[in-house]
Design a protein around this ligand. Structure first.
Ligand SMILES: *Cc1c(COP(=O)(O)O)cnc(C)c1O
Length: 349
């Protein structure tokens, strides 16, 4: 499969913007090439220079951590930017389609709608899995991109490896595996399989286990050819200097990351153990993420409103395909988890 043939013809032929920082890299005495303010910055910190458009320092650290080459890493303003860029890279507006497997993350469809790209939907099974029939449907599709979210949001489960493999081998377009929750599962990342599959893109993020949602930093791992195309079409300075500096500091603070991760896993287990004992809970779905999808016996929206009344906000998923009667509960601090459990226990139908 050739990536060139999947890419929109106008992008194949397009000449990317060449920024001042692309044209000159390194240390100079006098930098008067980018219309920056050489005097300094307003505010408490100095950010008067444009950031590295290729984020080399961050990618060097990430490459070590993830066991990939820097050329296999794209960094964006959240994974949401990578999602939007992938749609714009491959899908001709008003002509092409992409394929989603609901219930799943909402941004794939938003990016499609924004870019006038049609959405094909093949629902997951009732236990939120792939199946031979679903795989057959995916392989028959002419969509340019199929989005596989694993662990899946909002259901929390991993999609079966063999089915993803079958899709990677047989699908005619790009296969995106969104691993926003990869840090909460012992399963190996699909980044370990990049060499086998030239049509694979793996998304990860600093927004969840790293605790840096406010920073906006997302990662896409793929063949250098795909990363090159994403770099070609991204806004030149899409990751700010503040973000790059902070990400570097976070990457050097692995013990803190590991502690946060372990505490969230402990909190997830704590909730998963106790929620099923509540009389209002019908089902707690198995989770490889930092949240639990829970089906309630009473009207889930009434439970949701009861929690809001206690100042506790969870995500109401009742209207999502296959998710009738469910709320998605994010794992919080130990104290927050206790408040949540107590509030649920005090719900009177
Ligand atoms: C949270 C989440 C993301 C992360 O998006 P960012 O833009 O990196 O914050 C991506 N995909 C899924 C499925 C998510 O749940």
């Amino acid at each position: 499969m050739s990536i060139d043939n999947l890419v929109r013809p106008n992008i194949r032929g397009m000449k990317p913007y060449s920024s001042a920082r692309d044209e000159f890299q390194g240390e100079a005495q006098v930098m008067l090439d980018a219309n920056e303010n050489s005097l300094g910055s307003a505010g408490p910190a100095r950010f008067n220079r444009y950031p590295d458009p290729q984020q080399r320092a961050v990618k060097a650290e990430l490459a070590k951590l993830k066991g990939v080459a820097p050329e296999q890493i794209f960094l964006g303003n959240g994974s949401d930017e990578a999602i939007d860029l992938l749609v714009r890279l491959l899908c001709v507006p008003g002509q092409d389609s992409l394929l989603v497997l609901p219930p799943t993350y909402g941004m794939y469809e938003v990016a499609a709608n924004l870019n006038d790209v049609a959405v094909e939907r093949i629902p997951l099974t009732s236990d939120f899995q792939l199946s031979p029939e679903i795989v057959a449907g995916v392989l028959a599709s002419k969509a340019k991109i199929v989005w596989l979210c694993s662990p899946n949001n909002p259901s929390g489960n991993l999609l079966h490896t063999e089915y993803i493999e079958q899709i990677l081998r047989g699908f005619q377009g790009l296969v995106v595996v969104d691993e926003a929750y990869a840090d909460f599962t012992p399963a190996p990342s699909w980044t370990t399989r990049l060499a086998e599959f030239p049509n694979l893109v793996v998304l990860q993020t600093f927004s969840k286990a790293w605790g840096l949602a406010g920073l906006r930093l997302g990662m896409a791992f793929a063949a250098p050819e795909i990363v090159g195309y994403l770099n070609k079409i991204k806004p030149p300075y899409n990751v700010s200097e503040a973000t790059q500096q902070h990400a570097l500091a976070a990457l050097r603070d692995a013990p803190r990351f590991e502690l946060l991760r372990q505490q969230l896993l402990t909190g997830r287990d704590w909730l998963a153990e106790r929620l099923p004992a509540l009389p209002i809970v019908a089902e707690v779905f198995p989770s490889d993420a930092n949240f639990l999808l829970v089906r309630f016996k009473p009207d889930a929206t009434a439970v949701y409103n009861h929690l809001v009344g206690r100042g506790i906000i969870v995500r109401n998923r009742t209207t999502q395909p296959g998710c009738a009667g469910t709320l998605r509960l994010t794992v919080g601090t130990a104290a927050e988890n206790e408040l949540l459990l107590r509030a649920l226990a005090e719900f009177n139908a």
